[in-house]
Write a protein that binds this ligand. Structure first.
Ligand code: NAP
Length: 248
């Protein structure tokens, strides 16, 4: 019998992370990281168990070095060494750059970029030693094309894309792949609060004339995390209904 892979998905209590954990649970034991939303995280773990999978909860703020170390240690102790890391946790604090506070800047940078970078650093040595590993970073089209009012977020997601390329080069010979997914506009809690006029304006620009679903991002992450993507590394896969194409 083959031992199931072990996956840690950050920000898995809701949205894209939740859909990703559901998908990965079909072939991996999954650690569901959440920060504040314990109830939905617990409901997801129960759902995975009912479907015959294995999941544990790991509370932690990816922006906090101590939490990151504790999360990796707990997953390793309870499920085994981490084979798949999905750096999905993130949020926005939008404001025009001239009005942006240092707190707005730092909080977005630390959770979206530093959390991902340092978690990757935590798990990479053991992955390389075992000769197999997958890291999938969830960036954004905003990290490629920018968006007025999101300088902090654009910088963090753009840095994530650069980090992906660098770590992929460093790890290419060791059987570890590192890739990025850059979603466009996806229906989740994060975008639900957006005013209707802005939603309509974005919809106009999306060639497919619809927003994406979390599961459409999760499907790409699931592919990149699996054996079929063994020869893909350092890439950023844009999943946006053609949005960036239309802006070229
Ligand atoms: P969401 O529905 O708001 O969910 C965000 C998740 O991240 C939650 O599980 C939340 O945990 C977790 N999280 C936030 N800060 C955290 C922290 N410091 N430590 C640990 N977990 C934290 O967001 P989403 O739309 O699914 O977004 C997921 C990722 O996709 C983000 O990186 C986002 O930037 C990216 N993205 C989203 C879109 C979109 O249109 N939705 C587009 C491009 C990129 P708790 O609830 O437990 O606090």
């Amino acid at each position: 019998m083959t031992v199931p892979r072990v996956a840690l998905v950050t920000g898995a209590s809701r949205g894209i992370g939740r859909s990703t954990a559901c998908r990965l649970a079909r072939w991996a034991a999954v650690a569901i990281n959440y920060h504040r939303s314990e109830a939905p995280a617990r409901a997801l773990a129960d759902q995975i168990a009912v479907a015959g999978g294995r999941a544990i909860l790991v509370q932690g703020d990816v922006a906090e070095p101590e939490d990151r170390r504790r999360m990796v240690d707990r997953v390793t102790a309870e499920l085994g060494p981490i084979d798949v890391l999905v750096n999905n946790a993130g949020f926005v604090r939008d404001r025009l750059v001239l009005r942006m506070s240092l707190e707005d800047w730092d909080s977005v940078w630390e959770a979206n970029f530093e959390g991902a970078a340092w978690l990757a650093r935590e798990v990479l040595p053991a992955m390389a030693k075992r000769g197999w590993g997958r890291i999938v970073n969830v960036a954004s089209v905003v990290g490629i094309a920018g968006n007025a009012g999101q300088a902090n977020y654009a910088a963090a997601k753009g840095a994530m894309i650069g980090l992906t390329a660098d770590l992929a080069l460093t790890s290419a010979a060791s059987g570890v792949t590192i890739n990025c997914v850059a979603p466009g506009y996806i229906n989740t809690d994060a975008t639900a609060a957006m005013e209707q006029q802005y939603r309509d304006a974005w919809l106009e620009q999306i060639p497919m004339r619809r927003w994406g679903d979390a599961d459409e991002i999760a499907g790409v992450i699931d592919f990149l995390a699996g054996d079929d993507a063994a020869y893909i590394t350092g890439q950023t896969i844009v999943v946006d209904g053609g949005l960036l194409l239309s802006r070229r």
